[in-house]
Design a protein around this ligand. Structure first.
Ligand SMILES: [Zn+2]
Length: 493
């Protein structure tokens, strides 16, 4: 056999493996839809994804993955592994919803499933469904011995509060990983290259003073809520001096209990964002000075807890090419006229442009066109080459974290987007497992891309993050939410 014949035979074998993976996904499209819908109706917010993680782990272990739960101290995190040896490919995706985002699917008006409850209005449940469906498809090829290597599937809880993945990196879970792939729902189908999101630090400032009767002797009180307000004013003044892509936003997590008791304790939870990790850190450090000033003015003391912190997200150029090629070969789902009409009605109801659903993939985005948002996968992208793509399970222009962002998430639009996304992810994994030269190009380009940047985690080097941010919320709402859980669960085969 001549060299080029050998190469052609290898290409044909890869094509066969990939074709079998994609047809496995087609055969299991109803199961993928069931998995998505089950996760959608769990509707669990950050770090409360107990039912979600349990179902994902069940599906993966039934397919022969060895599953480790609770990694890095997060009860709702997991690592599922199959195969052995090099290369080691990591998949990672989130599955959390948000507070006050409960929204029924298949309607074009605000209609909570449970009034006031958390829910999915962005589609992270579809992100996890794509990841797991693709992993199951490739696992079949690994089990048949058609491809060699290790697949590591990371369940990453709490993305909305940037919680888990920097801790996975810090704790060494990516030390032996050759490359990582991430997928996210959107109204469009595309990949991206270079820096695509910015850095963020999430920190809570707790002020402590002394209580007093607010009518009889307020002069004896040292008001912790005053300090929270003064910190807010300090940051408002500082905004003029922030770089245009910096962001600072907050919620008051403790503002006292009753007006006639001077609050001895008050707390405010801030996110600080900047283009680079250094920018986010500089803004955070300025906020700490402002907090110290607020404490000084109010004779209170302040303690600061970094809840989480993430590096910007960046995407490797070779992996972007691999993903884009797979996107073009899979193509957009065929939308029916009913799906197009539903999308237009939803867009009109949400007050956004109403062209309906995209009918073709978009060009690759970049290089270096970051959005002022963050994802806790950022840290991964500085320690291993990472590729990320967006799959068309949503409706274009409809906004995340708004009722309309949830209104399609258990319809055929999301179901078809999941199939397309899982095919791209499985196809890209097949390409990477089959081609050592491609892996070499991934490695060498990655080294050049991060040259001159020294990665150091923004999170604390010790300890685990505080859990239970939304525990009370779920204590209150879970019994009502549980009445809507799906009874028909997926059985992939
Ligand atoms: Zn997201």
């Amino acid at each position: 056999m001549r060299m080029d014949d050998a190469g052609a035979a290898e290409d044909a074998a890869t094509t066969d493996v990939k074709a079998r993976c994609l047809s496995w996904i087609d055969r299991n499209r109803d199961e993928a839809a069931r998995l998505n819908d089950a996760l959608f109706y769990f509707g669990e917010p950050s770090l409360e994804e107990y039912e979600t993680a349990k179902l994902l782990c069940r599906v993966l272990s039934e397919a022969g993955f060895s599953v480790e739960t609770g990694i890095s101290g997060f009860p709702t995190a997991f690592l599922a592994t199959i195969g052995e040896g090099a290369p080691v490919i990591a998949l990672h995706a989130e599955y959390d919803g948000n507070p006050d985002n409960s929204q029924e699917s298949g309607v074009t008006e605000p209609r909570p499933i449970v009034e006031g409850a958390p829910g999915h209005a962005e589609g992270h449940q579809a992100n996890a469904t794509v990841m797991v469906t693709a992993a199951l498809a490739v696992a079949e090829a690994i089990k048949r011995g058609e491809v060699r290597g290790t697949l590591k599937v990371f369940g990453a809880p709490g993305e909305e509060i940037a919680a888990s993945r920097p801790y996975f990196v810090r704790d060494g879970y990516f030390d032996d990983v050759d490359l990582a792939l991430h997928n996210h729902i959107r109204g469009s189908f595309y990949t991206e290259v270079g820096q695509t999101q910015i850095s963020a630090i999430s920190a809570e400032f707790t002020f402590s003073g002394e209580s007093a009767h607010a009518g009889l002797n307020p002069w004896d009180g040292r008001d912790a809520l005053d300090a929270v307000v003064l910190m807010d004013m300090g940051l408002a003044q500082h905004r003029e001096h922030m770089k245009p892509d910096m962001r600072a936003h907050r919620v008051i997590t403790d503002g006292g209990q009753q007006p006639n008791v001077i609050p001895a304790r008050a707390a405010v939870w801030w996110y600080f964002r900047g283009f680079s990790a250094a920018d986010a850190r500089a803004l955070f450090e300025q906020a700490c000075r402002i907090a110290d000033g607020a404490a000084l003015m109010t004779r209170t003391s302040v303690s600061v807890e970094i809840k989480s912190a993430v590096w910007p997200t960046r995407c490797n150029t070779v992996l972007a090419d691999v993903l884009q090629a797979n996107i073009l070969s899979v193509g957009m789902p065929d939308w029916t006229e009913e799906e197009q009409a539903f999308a237009r009605r939803l867009q009109e109801a949400a007050g956004v442009p109403a062209p309906g659903l995209d009918t073709a993939p978009k060009p690759m985005l970049g290089p270096d066109m970051p959005e002022p948002s963050s994802n806790d996968c950022g840290d991964i992208s500085w320690v291993v080459p990472m590729g990320r793509f967006w799959f068309p399970g949503g409706v274009p222009h409809v906004r995340f974290h708004h009722w309309s962002g949830g209104a399609m998430l258990a319809t055929s639009i999301t179901h078809k987007g999941i199939v397309a996304g899982a095919k791209v992810l499985a196809g890209a994994i097949c390409d990477c497992l089959a081609d050592p030269a491609l892996l070499n190009r991934v490695r060498t380009t990655f080294r050049a891309e991060i040259a001159g940047v020294e990665y150091a985690p923004l999170i604390p080097l010790q300890g685990t993050p505080r859990l239970g941010v939304h525990a009370r919320l779920m204590e209150r709402f879970r019994p009502e939410m549980a009445k809507h859980y799906r009874t028909e669960l997926p059985r992939f085969r």
